[in-house]
Ligand binder design. Structure first.
Ligand code: UDP
Ligand code: MG
Length: 331
């Protein structure tokens, strides 16, 4: 059994991209939560809220700087440009892991219920190193969002990417999990698929997900499909195996077809069939291009991995943050 501090220092890691509308509403809520957790003796009073600006084009960074000047519980780092949600969360986690005992990552739009943090920290005190925040229902999502999100999880699983159903990026990770995670160097980041691979004792807490308090979602259907593809191809080789099986099945069917064609030709009743041949050729052309595309996805991933570019670059940080190395720790 690992020894845990009685009052762990918590860092809430919050990615923010063009969130000038919602941040002034949610920042005080995060602050209140931090205070209430400290009052309940679940965390150390030196705990902090780390806002990660993901290259916003609006006033988000000014708001973060302002918050940190007025209240030392707020700290901020700014990515040199927009790198996407996953990289923003990673930047926050990696930069805070040496400063704290435990982190909780959460979106800044107020959709995820802050009260679930109490349960998460209780689970941490009871020995869990990973606590997943899982949505108990999607009542507030539109029918379309609900259906696409559900097919997303189902499809991911079928393709061999282990993901926790209805869990996004609201989760508690202890600093020892993060130290182990620092050795995962992949550039193709899909955190919710990677965290289960790190291992350690994990549990889930359930909460109702609300609507965004202000502003707009950055995840329309197109980006969700992109995320699903990236997730699958960075976690599983099942699609390639499926290509092999499909090829095998088509070969067997073709072989039977060839025997049938030869036999009917020998019996003098060859089928006239330019149209059917054309159909088969086109069909096979389509299948082959699709399969090459899937294999190409993997080659693209290898291409990006071999470059080993930093996954985040920090251009600025608020005065509360210690001098950061500025980039991703690499071997
Ligand atoms: N986000 C980010 N970089 C991006 C897009 C989004 O840091 O390129 C942040 C955003 O500010 C929010 C979180 O990621 O805190 C989730 O985004 P959003 O609420 O738009 O997604 P949804 O909840 O609709 O899936
Ligand atoms: Mg959201």
């Amino acid at each position: 059994m690992n020894s845990r501090p009685a009052l762990p220092v918590l860092y809430m890691v919050i990615p923010c991209y063009n969130e000038e509308d919602v941040l002034p509403i949610t920042a005080p809520l995060f602050r209140e939560k931090l205070e209430s957790l400290a009052r309940q003796q679940l965390i150390h009073p030196d705990s902090r809220i780390l806002l990660v600006n993901d290259g916003s084009r609006d006033r988000t960074w000014e708001i973060i700087r302002d918050l940190s000047e007025k209240d030392l519980h707020f700290q901020g780092i700014s990515q040199s440009r927009n790198r996407g949600h996953q990289n923003a969360v990673l930047a926050g986690l990696m930069e805070s892991r040496k400063l704290c005992d435990v982190t909780i990552s959460i979106d800044c739009d107020g959709q995820d219920d802050l009260n679930a943090m109490d349960e998460m920290l209780k689970a941490y005190h009871e020995g869990s190193d990973v606590v997943y925040g899982v949505r108990s229902s999607r009542k507030t999502d539109s029918l379309f969002k609900r259906m696409t999100a559900q097919s997303f999880y189902r499809f991911m699983r079928r393709m061999g990417a282990e993901v926790v159903y209805n869990h996004a990026d609201y989760r508690l990770l202890s600093s020892r999990v993060l130290s182990a995670f620092a050795d995962f160097h992949e550039v193709n980041l899909f955190l919710r698929g990677l965290v289960p691979l790190i291992g350690f004792r994990s549990t889930s807490v359930y909460y109702e997900r609300r609507e965004r308090l202000a502003g707009e979602s950055h995840y329309p259907l197109k980006r969700m499909i992109g995320l699903a593809f990236d997730g699958i191809t960075s976690l599983s080789v099942k699609p390639i195996r499926m290509i092999t099986y499909t090829g095998l099945i088509i070969s067997v069917i073709s072989f039977i077809g060839i025997i049938w064609a030869v036999v009917t030709a020998l019996m003098g009743s060859a089928v006239e069939g330019w149209a059917s041949i054309a159909c088969v050729v086109c069909f096979m052309g389509g299948i082959q291009s699709m399969f090459m595309g899937i294999i190409g996805e993997y080659i693209g991933k290898i291409y990006l991995e071999t470059k080993g570019r930093p996954r985040y670059i920090i251009s600025e940080h608020t005065s509360g943050m210690p001098d950061s190395p500025g980039t991703d720790p690499r071997p």
